[in-house]
Design a protein around this ligand. Structure first.
Ligand code: ADE
Length: 228
């Protein structure tokens, strides 16, 4: 998979790709991530990429021309499955969307800044708009990093243990059950007996029941979707 990220702050977004699972996925060539500094496509030598909004109002708006130049250049080089715009005024990212995107070949992610982008960018180039939650960040960079992390870990062979993505929270519209590790007793706090029993069907049943209980308590809205 190839991900092209268009941003006005490349340094802000690079770090999450330099650690842990994502870094390993890049090193194993399971994913390629390219950062494009929008200022390279600026209108003038002062790096102009934004302007005041027509009709008045606070905040600068990213202009269409630099974005058009950057995206058009990428389109000349290859085809893309999706051109995604990170914005709070969109549908919220969930595991299903991450699953679908993990099988894409090439995607572009455009990160907004200031007051957003000229609507004509959204109308002409964007195929999918994604928010990471009902709150407003200073820019789309951190949101893009969240999206990339959620997607990249689902690409086959990225996780060492294939089953660990399948048992993540939300894969079956349930939150994940509790997990424990050594010691079996810590200052009187005990690990549930069943987990030490070696009876794997019983353990699986316990995990499922705990996942349902946890979901009922914390996110009952998810249970309406699941077929438990
Ligand atoms: N940009 C600013 N806030 C955002 C959010 N919540 N999700 C995606 N992109 C954003």
């Amino acid at each position: 998979m190839r991900i092209d990220i268009i941003t006005v702050s490349p340094d802000l977004i690079k770090s999450p790709f330099e650690h842990s699972i994502i870094k390993r996925a890049i090193n194993k060539s399971l994913v390629e991530v390219h950062f494009h500094d929008l200022r390279k496509y600026a209108l003038n030598k002062y790096g102009k990429i934004d302007d005041y909004q027509f009709g008045g109002g606070a905040g600068m708006v990213l202009m269409i021309e630099p974005i058009d130049k950057c995206i058009s250049q990428l389109f000349l080089e290859r085809e893309y499955d999706e051109v995604i715009y990170m914005t709070p005024d969109a549908i919220t990212l969930n595991q299903k969307t991450a699953n679908i995107l993990s099988s894409a070949k090439n995607i572009i992610i455009l990160t907004g800044h200031y007051k957003g982008v000229d609507q004509r960018v959204r109308d002409k180039f964007i195929t999918k708009e994604i928010s990471i939650g009902d709150y407003v960040l200073s820019g789309g960079e951190l949101a893009a990093a969240v999206l990339c992390d959620a997607v990249i870990r689902l690409i086959p062979d990225v996780l060492g243990d294939e089953t660990s993505a399948l048992t993540d929270s939300f894969q079956d519209d349930l939150l994940a059950p509790p997990v424990y590790t050594r010691p079996a007793v810590y200052k009187g706090l005990k690990v549930p007996e069943v987990l030490l029993s070696g009876n794997f069907p019983k353990i699986e049943q316990w995990r499922h029941d705990e996942a349902v209980k946890r979901t009922q308590n914390i996110r009952p809205d998810l249970l309406n979707k699941s077929n438990t």
